[in-house]
Design a binder for this molecule. Structure first.
Ligand code: NAD
Length: 431
């Protein structure tokens, strides 16, 4: 079993003990509803290459008729069934914490998208979608995938298109609502692209208000959807203009400038070179060095297990916003709490993605008039996202103060209590 899964199960048991959870709840939360494994074949240079596509459904505290499982699709070499199980568990908690009526899911394939041509990638995505269709997913009422690492709006459009194309084989009541994260003009919604980044910044700003602490300088690990959009929003929007980004990184390494990076010139460099590591407008640093920089706020926005017991004592940031899932290990979390370094945990900090996905799903189902009006939709998205993210961090902050625990523990407790009450209602369990 992957260490991360073992640790995640330990974390669930710890939260369960803390709230005095009944046995049935621990049973529900430490098992998965179903795991779909699909063989995908690609013909390449006259040879066959095989992939295992996986979709995990963890727990759906709501009725599956109408309230689907929700969770991203990840294309990354590190994808395994255990990792996807952990990420599906995180999705269950995240939806419960944000009050979204979805179950937790995750899917993916162990591959690096940049190793394949667009045509090859589309073939892989279409086969995966076809295999899923045989199991009646994706479906607006059963399972609605969205984007995660290595997956963009193009991939989500290919999935949607395959479902629409196969309507004679498996009719879907509302094909647009089968996936979220689609491109604008193809069922997508304004603001989904940068939703996770915006959500993390909204919670950073709100936490600063709640704790009456001014934060200015930031270091961002990861320059993909989440990391680069954090930089883009800081660069472009008045609401976040008081932040100064001192360092960014990607898988190749990072760059640091004590006076703040010139983000305009960084984006221009990135457009040509597709990496930030050799950007000449600052000093080259490693990912390890970035994590230990003396900044106000550290935003890990790349991959899991970046802050561990090995480097937690060396973290100099005054606040961590865990934008990536599972970026901080359980032991590191305890060290940071002892060191009085507050952490806005992943299930709170990066919930913006699924919050805006839920708006896209609602719009696709006709819960909002469907005319194309970019500005009105954008305003709707930003207002809803702001209200939900601020409410979530406020609840987490208050709970952590009330229980004298970390915000990580507080968020897990709120999520588990919500799931307990919903599952008890659904299955007539006694609490
Ligand atoms: P992405 O694939 O767009 O970007 C990932 C970035 O991380 C890239 O810049 C990559 O170079 C970098 N990276 C990869 N391995 C690294 C390493 N070992 N060290 C340093 N950098 C590394 O992915 P993303 O969508 O931005 O997702 C980032 C994190 O945010 C993931 O944990 C993901 O699950 C989480 N998340 C994403 C969304 C979303 O809407 N995209 C929503 C919620 C959570």
């Amino acid at each position: 079993m992957l260490d991360l899964l073992r640790e995640r199960l330990k974390e669930t048991a710890k939260t369960a003990a803390r709230i005095g959870a009944p046995d049935w709840l621990l049973g529900e939360l430490t098992t998965t509803k179903r795991i779909l494994n699909m063989k995908i074949r690609l013909r390449r240079n006259g040879k066959s290459v095989f992939f295992n596509a996986i979709r995990v459904h963890h727990v759906n505290p709501y009725s599956t008729g109408g309230y689907p499982y929700k969770g991203g699709i990840r294309f990354h070499p590190g994808v395994t069934q255990d990792l996807l199980t952990v990420l599906a568990m995180d999705m269950t908690d995240k939806c419960a914490l944000a009050g979204l009526p979805f179950g937790g899911a995750k899917g993916g394939i162990a591959l690096s998208p940049s190793d394949y041509s667009e045509l090859e990638l589309r073939g892989i995505v279409e086969q995966m979608t076809f295999e899923m269709l045989k199991d009646n997913i994706p479906h607006p009422d059963i399972d609605v995938p969205g984007p995660d690492m290595g997956v963009d709006s193009r991939v989500m459009f290919w999935m949607f298109h395959k479902v629409a194309e196969m309507a004679h084989f498996r009719p879907v009541p509302n094909a647009l609502a089968v996936v979220t994260g689609k491109p604008l003009g193809r069922g997508g919604i304004p603001g989904r692209e940068e939703a996770t980044a915006r959500g993390a910044l909204i919670q950073l700003r709100k936490f600063a208000d709640l704790s009456r602490t001014p934060y200015t300088t930031l270091a961002v690990q990861g320059f993909g959807n989440v990391g680069s959009n954090i930089a883009r929003l800081v660069d472009a929007e008045q609401d976040f203009a008081h932040y100064k980004i001192l360092a960014v990184s990607d898988e190749h390494g990072g760059v640091y400038r004590a006076q703040g990076l010139d983000l305009h010139s960084l984006f221009a460099w990135y457009a040509t070179h597709k990496k930030v590591s050799d950007y000449p407008g600052g000093d080259a640093i490693s990912n390890k060095e970035l994590l230990e920089l003396p900044v106000d706020v550290l935003l890990p926005a790349a991959i899991e297990r970046q802050i561990t017991k090995a480097n937690a004592p060396a973290i100099c940031a005054k606040l961590i916003v865990e934008a990536a899932n599972e970026a901080i290990t359980l032991e590191a979390s305890e060290i940071l709490f002892d060191r009085k370094v507050p952490v806005i945990p992943d299930i709170s900090a990066n919930a913006g993605g699924v919050v805006v996905s839920s708006l896209e799903w609602r719009k696709n189902r006709g819960d909002r008039p469907h005319q194309v009006d970019y500005e009105a939709d954008k305003l709707w998205v930003v207002n809803e996202l702001t209200a939900i993210m601020e409410r979530v961090i406020t609840k987490v902050y208050q709970k952590s103060n009330e229980l004298h625990c970390s915000m990580t523990d507080a968020a897990s407790i709120i999520a588990m209590e919500t799931i307990r009450d919903d599952l008890a209602f659904k299955h007539s369990y006694s609490t």
